[in-house]
Design a binder for this molecule. Structure first.
Ligand code: GDP
Ligand code: GDP
Length: 479
């Protein structure tokens, strides 16, 4: 049986393409600010808790032809996608409010008789949640507030969609925790062949650390590159708008080896116009999956802006470790101004409070050592692995402190936790009713993990798996 198909529909500029990228995950695709940028249908695969889902972005609704679009119904491409789809998502812009095209589309979608999810996008912050109420007039039932750009609300939405498209499907090829234990975890053994809890558990060092500088044009990425590589070697730059193969450059700093990933953002600002700027940023985002650590470079003389927050959301999405670097510190004088800038930065990146923020001046060289120290640190956290026995002891306390809320009147039991992967640290939890663990509880667990184990500068993932009540016979359960 092929995976169910979800079609993303909406008027231009509501964030369909951003949502598509978010759901498909990690893979680069250009997002463009110009409304109506014509696109063909784009298909992608998503995977949610092991359940596959195909996604199609209908794109292509042309506002220039708005009257025709409304008159003739939905654009042909969108029509085809709607016809093929098993489930429909109507995306609306929470900031812009309800429009007549939204009404038109809502009516068309309702008429198909297929399940329709109303997604109110650009709700970047909980304080904006009330904006969804006005969309009830579209008559599509509950509205799902999300921020496609930052990932807010996406898990809850996917959970609900998966329930509708394939409520009974068991997660495919569920591995037993014991198998995973063998597969992923090979704890160091002490003399008696017992797992050695105290042994360091970092991943094997596989060569130089791969670092990428990402940021808006003019933030100072080239200057920082020049500073690290030495002037001559970094005079390489690309003509704006041309794409070249990425060239990765090794460099060393204070005896440590690194590889600088060319993010194609190394360009001459004077040649860059608005559109090319965006494309450069998008391409840089595409390259960043190849890095271990991404340094988000921000021009301190301007301060962080919304686009920086969007880029940060994508870094988090790709699971890379992050350092936020406020460049051009030489332009900021006085402690008060610096504190203000730090506060503003914390505010802008409120969704990733775990990302360290540092100031530097690429031009003067101040703070460059500190930046690389942070890069080293977050790389370690990114590849940190917590031994299973330790995790389960920690987890027993967490559950005691705050048990998962009842799910349909049934208590939710979490049997076992293990760290399935690093880079980013990924935790697998086995529960009797995985649906019972809502995003709020997942966040609570993530926060506790951070309080106990740090994980500074790295996203962490929590994946919940289904498992029957059988912990009493489970030798690994130490709850
Ligand atoms: P599409 O035309 O519907 O595919 O829209 P895009 O995905 O190209 O997004 C249109 C604009 O909205 C772009 O500037 C996006 O960066 C922006 N955008 C998308 N999602 C969000 C979001 O969740 N919050 C905010 N603030 N902006 C968003
Ligand atoms: P990119 O587009 O991100 O690669 O940015 P560039 O490295 O080309 O820098 C953009 C502009 O900012 C150039 O005029 C640089 O000289 C200037 N710049 C870069 N770093 C600093 C810094 O630390 N302090 C100051 N005052 N200017 C800087």
């Amino acid at each position: 049986m092929s995976a169910p198909l979800l079609a993303i529909i909406g008027r231009p500029n509501v964030g369909k393409s951003t949502l598509f990228n978010r759901l498909v995950g990690g893979r680069p695709a250009l997002v463009h600010d110009t409304p109506g940028l014509t696109r063909d249908r784009r298909y992608g695969d998503a995977d949610y808790f092991g359940k596959p889902l195909r996604i199609v972005d209908t794109g292509g609704l042309d506002p220039e032809a708005a009257s025709e679009v409304i008159g003739a119904g939905i654009h042909r491409q969108a029509m085809i996608a709607i016809g093929e789809a098993d489930v429909l998502v109507l995306v609306v812009d929470g900031r812009a409010g309800v429009s007549s095209i939204d009404h038109q589309l809502a009516n068309e979608l309702r008429a198909t008789g297929k399940p329709v999810f109303l997604v109110v996008n650009k709700i970047d912050h909980p304080t904006n949640d009330p904006l969804v109420h006005e969309f009830h007039e579209l008559g599509l039932g509950d509205a799902w507030p999300v921020s496609a750009a930052h990932g807010r609300g996406i898990d809850a939405l996917l959970e609900a969609i998966c329930e509708v498209v394939d409520p009974n499907a068991p997660p495919p090829s569920e591995p037993e925790p014991e198998d995973l234990f063998d597969k992923y975890l090979s704890p160091k053994l002490d003399e008696r062949g017992q797992p050695d809890e105290e042994a360091p558990q970092e991943e094997p060092d596989d060569g130089p650390l791969r670092v990428a500088f990402i940021g808006r044009p003019n933030a100072g990425k080239s200057s920082l590159t020049n500073r690290l590589l030495g002037e001559e070697r970094s005079l390489v730059h690309h003509v704006a708008g041309t794409t070249t193969d990425p060239v990765d450059t090794p460099f060393s700093h204070r005896g440590r080896e690194y590889i600088l990933i060319d993010t194609a953002g190394i360009r001459r600002k004077a040649r860059i116009d608005e559109d090319v700027e965006k494309i450069a940023v998008s391409m840089a985002i595409g390259q960043m999956a190849r890095a271990d650590v991404v340094v988000l470079v921000i021009d301190a003389s301007i301060g962080p802006a919304e686009q920086d927050a969007r880029i940060a959301g994508k870094i988090e999405d790709t699971g890379r470790a992050v350092v936020i670097a406020l460049n051009k510190s030489d332009t900021i004088s006085g402690e008060e101004a610096k504190t203000r800038l730090r506060d503003l930065t914390k505010d802008t990146f409120h969704f990733m409070p775990w990302a360290p923020v540092t100031m530097l001046s690429a031009q003067r060289g101040d703070g460059v050592d500190r930046l690389l120290d942070l890069v080293d640190q977050v790389a370690l956290e990114h590849s940190k692995r917590i031994p299973t026995a330790q995790l389960n002891r920690f987890f027993a306390e967490v559950i005691e402190e705050m048990p998962p809320p009842l799910h349909h009147g049934r208590s939710v039991k979490i049997h076992y936790i293990t760290q399935g992967a690093t880079r980013p640290p990924t935790f697998l939890l086995w529960a009797n009713t995985p649906d019972g663990l809502n995003p709020t509880y997942k966040r609570f667990i993530a926060n506790r993990l951070r309080e106990t184990y740090g994980f500074r500068g790295t996203p962490i993932k929590i994946i919940i798996k289904a498992r029957k009540d059988r912990h009493k016979e489970d030798p690994n359960w130490r709850g």
